[in-house]
Design a protein around this ligand. Structure first.
Ligand code: EPU
Length: 345
């Protein structure tokens, strides 16, 4: 049975902490709950919005329709037919708790994703990645409920069609799926993943065999703490913009003009640019308006300075993107999902 709350304040349900009220809100901890929520939404003509851990979500001040938060929990260990160790987690488990549980059981492989806020489900939807590792590299499978057919579907990593900060679950077709649980395959022979520049520097001179997963975890936590705001103190959605992908020609043009520009060559003839660098070079690092600002230690992060709404964030972020576009001719796209508006960014 679900409990529907009307005119529900959602301020504490996202890491951004934006002021927001939903027309209706419910949690679902079983397939029956999901079915019931979908039926109620149909009956009342409510649009259904999914909310996970709220770490990548910008809520408008009023969200019409039903905000549904799946709360599937549990973390267990399994062994598959090939003998690999799988860690299976409910989609609502905090990704960081899963990372912690694996390390406690002596299983390395997820430590680079330590301290990422949000749920397992959300991390899969946007293919969360940090410090040299992306979720896609560890996911074995996930199970999802199809809200149109009512079926439970098993998706392999290939089915998830992962890309940079995207997956099948973000596509028109995949948006009808609600992730219920996911299995991560832990590497049989663990090796430290320290290719990220700032991470490798911390292990200089160390033989890879002497490094333990907990040390990588600790280093990742430290690096994050030095760049990102403490989620307990300052509201944000982590990186607000994706790193833009441009043609090699455009990247070369920009490098000629701005030799310090940070670029990452991609397969094919494209390059990814560091959006944080572009925003900083446009003079916007630390720039703030009344309720929203650019984080002084990392220009890719927009923060809630107190009392912000989704409308404030949208307006502010558009201003940042416009200034970067004018200065560099590069279009920035937001990373978080906007809930409660159909307007394009
Ligand atoms: N940079 C600046 N100024 C800044 C910020 C960054 O010049 O204010 C430069 C840095 O010096 C560096 C480059 O930009 O050369 C890249 O910065 P960083 O290594 O911090 O990574 P990022 O590309 O800004 C991405 C992810 C982060 C993830 C880190 C580490 C995206 C949108 N963001 O950030 O993910 O933690 O790499 O792997 O891809 C998130 O998604 O919320 C998130 C925090």
């Amino acid at each position: 049975m679900i409990r529907i709350q009307t005119e529900k304040r959602l301020d504490t349900l996202t890491t951004f902490g934006l002021r927001s009220t939903a027309e209706a809100f419910a949690q679902a901890s079983s397939i029956e709950d999901l079915q019931e929520a979908a039926a109620v939404a149909r009956e009342r003509g409510w649009k259904l919005h999914l909310l996970g851990g709220g770490s990548n979500t910008v809520l408008m001040s009023r969200v019409p329709g039903l905000v549904l938060q799946p709360v599937f929990r549990g973390i267990r260990r399994e062994t598959d037919a090939s003998g690999s160790v799988l860690v299976v987690a409910g989609a609502a488990e905090a990704l960081d708790d899963v990372v912690g549980a694996t390390l406690q059981h002596g299983l390395g492989g997820l430590e680079n994703l330590a301290a990422i806020p949000g749920s397992v489900g959300g991390a899969i939807v946007q293919n969360a990645s940090a410090y040299g590792l992306e979720i896609a590299e560890r996911l074995a499978w996930c199970r999802a409920w199809d809200r149109e057919t009512g079926e439970i579907r098993l998706l392999t990593t290939e089915d998830c069609d992962f890309g940079y900060r995207t997956s099948y679950f973000k596509s028109e077709e995949g948006r009808r799926l609600v992730i219920i649980e996911a299995a991560f395959r832990m590497p049989a022979e663990w090796k430290p993943e320290i290719s990220y520049k700032g991470l490798g520097a911390r292990f200089e001179g160390r033989a890879p065999e002497s490094i333990r997963p907990e040390e990588v975890e600790a280093a990742v936590r430290e690096i994050r703490a030095s760049k990102l705001p403490d989620p307990a103190e300052t509201g944000s959605a982590g990186s607000f913009f994706k790193n833009p992908v441009v043609t090699r020609i455009k990247a070369r043009e920009l490098i000629t003009l701005h030799p310090k520009l940070v670029t990452y060559p991609l397969a094919g003839s494209r390059s990814k640019l560091a959006a944080g660098w572009l925003i900083e070079a446009a003079g916007l690092k630390g720039y703030a308006e009344e309720t929203v600002g650019v984080w002084p230690a990392h220009a890719l992060i927009l923060v809630n300075r107190g009392g912000a709404t989704g409308e404030d964030v949208l307006r502010f972020a558009r201003g940042i993107a416009e200034r970067v576009e004018r200065r560099f001719g590069v279009t920035l796209e937001p990373e978080p999902v906007f809930v409660g508006t159909d307007e394009a960014f």
